[in-house]
Design a protein around this ligand. Structure first.
Ligand code: MG
Length: 334
């Protein structure tokens, strides 16, 4: 079916700039998409690329949108190259918002993982987050040497209540020898999983580590879109897949893949606004996609309630979903 669309770019400073492997990230740029059927039904979607993570760039997305001159059909969207995962997510979001019935199904609740900073600062942060009610934690490792960080692991575990969970994220920083040391140490410890122990493209090393140690491993930087997750699955990856759904393509395809293959998935934020986040959380809370703590413990991101939406606490439930935030965001960009 053909429909009209228009779009408005946004540029939002982050309350707290994020340290990334590619320097400081201080501003979130993206596009709000508005689609309208001939019947007058309207839906909104969000394009929120992270080019240094491997998505299309904002310029590439804009060029495509401009080329279509405000009118498109479902076949053209379906024909978008795999690379355009953010655009594919956004058009699918806008289209499904149009057909969504007002009466949403019953929603479940899921824990949210709190992020612990690297090094000794993690200990104080853990106390704080426990007090706030969090029961799932992700500790950033691989920043200092294993000699400095490994002793802290036991300090952290000693302070962790029995019903709480700890995952580690090395962001690909270890070589295979360092990863081996950590995996050996973690083998007898209650670690939920270790995220991206070595470089994203070190496929043989990742598969080897997963086979050699009992600790569960997760891929994050190794995958952006659903196609990459499928590739790892075909290589025999039986660990966790960290998916940032806003980058991965249509949400419905992710849901179908998980239901068909029983893939073990962690959903994670791409620092999108409440427009994309609400769609992702709604899918997560509908059940069946994941039972693991959500990687959406991002706190206040933009310092503006229109873009941040409801604050996400230790437990995500229906109160975390913004109700049709697209219209207000669209108007704010006029
Ligand atoms: Mg990660």
């Amino acid at each position: 079916m053909a429909f009209r669309f228009s779009y408005r770019p946004y540029r939002l400073p982050l309350c707290t700039p994020l340290r990334t492997a590619h320097g400081l990230w201080a501003e979130r740029e993206g596009i709000i998409l508005r689609v309208e059927e001939a019947s007058g039904r309207v839906g909104f979607g969000e394009i929120a690329p992270i080019p240094w993570f491997g998505t299309e760039t904002l310029a590439e997305a804009t060029e495509r949108l401009a080329g279509w001159r405000g009118e498109i059909d479902d076949e053209q969207i379906a024909a978008l190259p795999e690379k355009f995962g953010c655009m594919r997510f956004a058009f699918a979001q806008a289209r499904s918002a149009m057909s969504e019935s007002a009466a949403a199904g019953k929603l479940t609740r899921l824990p949210v993982a709190a992020l612990l900073p690297a090094g000794r600062a993690a200990l104080a942060a853990l106390e704080q987050k426990l007090e706030a009610g969090f029961l799932a934690f992700k500790w950033k490792v691989g920043v200092a040497s294993p000699d400095e960080e490994l002793p802290l692991l036991d300090d952290l575990l000693a302070r962790l209540p029995a019903h709480a969970q700890l995952r580690l994220d090395a962001n690909g920083a270890w070589n295979s020898r360092q990863a081996g040391r950590w995996l050996e140490r973690c083998a007898e410890r209650p670690i939920e999983f270790i995220e991206q122990p070595v470089a994203p493209d070190a496929e043989a090393t990742l598969l080897g580590l997963a086979a050699d140690y009992p600790v569960k491993l997760a891929l994050d930087e190794s995958l952006v879109r659903l196609a990459e997750a499928r590739h790892w699955q075909a290589q025999g990856w039986s660990g966790v897949f960290v998916m940032k759904p806003a980058l991965a393509g249509p949400l419905s395809e992710l849901v179908r893949w998980v239901s068909e293959t029983k893939a073990d998935v962690v959903l994670s934020s791409a620092i999108e606004t409440t427009l994309a986040r609400s769609a992702i959380l709604r899918a997560a809370l509908a059940g069946g996609l994941t039972t693991r703590a959500l990687g959406f413990g991002v706190g206040e991101v933009f310092g503006d309630a229109r873009w941040d939406g409801p604050m996400i606490g230790p437990i995500a439930d229906a109160s975390c979903l913004a109700l049709n935030p697209g219209e207000a965001m669209w108007n704010a960009l006029a």
